[in-house]
Design a protein around this ligand. Structure first.
Ligand code: PMT
Length: 222
């Protein structure tokens, strides 16, 4: 039955946005609400998986009844994922991770001074890329949030980050991307387009993605 298609599988899901601190009262973040990642965690559990959710900043608390931990920065999310990665079967990186963080975190509130101020940023670790290098039997699924050249950017990311699947969402399309209850995605593997889904609830996107992953890993010795 499809209700236990992921029975015995360990699924790790990241959700929400990371927060990169500037000083004790300010940080850099993004528009992720956590809805997509939460929907994936719930759908994986409904399909029988043993789910662990790693959530950054989200609009709502994580769903109840699922093992979950809260992190703040990209670095914390990276460490949390690394702790569970080797022992997992499927890892789904739906979190919106900051690409840059402040070079220095001020220990006291930065005072207002001149008319302009410059904040120096440094690159964060690309979590998905480092998992792509580390993976052995894990089935690795990335997301690509794009505003233009969706297909090209998604395929580039899939290759560069060594994912098994990448879920591309055009975050400028109505009803898709950040904050909405619905999403519209195209899913690619290394060969090309696998699944082109119309606008649907994030719950249904999650279910379709997991059914695809389950189909792909069955027959693989994991
Ligand atoms: O949370 P919601 O409001 O429901 O919105 C859902 C969503 C739009 C956030 C989600 O569908 C989505 O697209 N998530 C990925 C957002 C993102 O960071 O995309 P990206 O194209 O910048 O990154 C590509 C992939 O690399 C992602 O899987 C991301 O998690 C990963 N990444 C990026 C940077 C970094 N330093 N480490 C990473 O692991």
């Amino acid at each position: 039955a499809s209700s236990d298609i992921l029975k015995g599988k360990k699924v790790v899901v990241t959700a929400g946005g990371t927060m990169e601190r500037i000083d004790p009262v300010r940080y850099i973040t993004n528009d992720s609400s956590g809805k997509m990642g939460f929907a994936i965690a719930k759908a994986a559990q409904a399909l029988g998986a043993d789910v662990h959710l790693i959530a950054g900043h989200t609009d709502e608390p994580p769903p109840q009844g699922i093992s979950a931990e809260q992190v703040e920065s990209a670095e914390e999310m990276y460490q949390a994922v690394l702790r569970v990665f080797d022992d997992s079967d499927i890892v789904i990186k739906s979190a919106a991770v900051a690409d840059y963080r402040p070079a220095q975190v001020a220990t006291s509130k930065i005072k207002k001074r001149g008319d302009t101020m410059t904040l120096e940023l440094v690159k964060t670790t690309d979590i998905l890329e480092s998992l792509g290098q580390r993976k052995s039997s894990q089935y690795l699924i990335g997301f690509a949030a794009e505003t233009d050249s969706l297909e090209q950017h998604a395929k580039d990311k899939l290759k560069r980050k060594n994912c098994d699947l990448i879920v591309a969402n055009d975050v400028t399309a109505a009803g898709a991307g950040f904050g909405t209850d619905t999403n519209q995605v195209h899913i690619y593997d290394a060969e090309g387009l696998v699944l082109e889904l119309p606008l649907m609830s994030k719950e249904e996107v999650a279910r379709r993605l997991l059914l695809l992953a389950a189909e792909r890993i069955s027959g693989r010795s994991v």
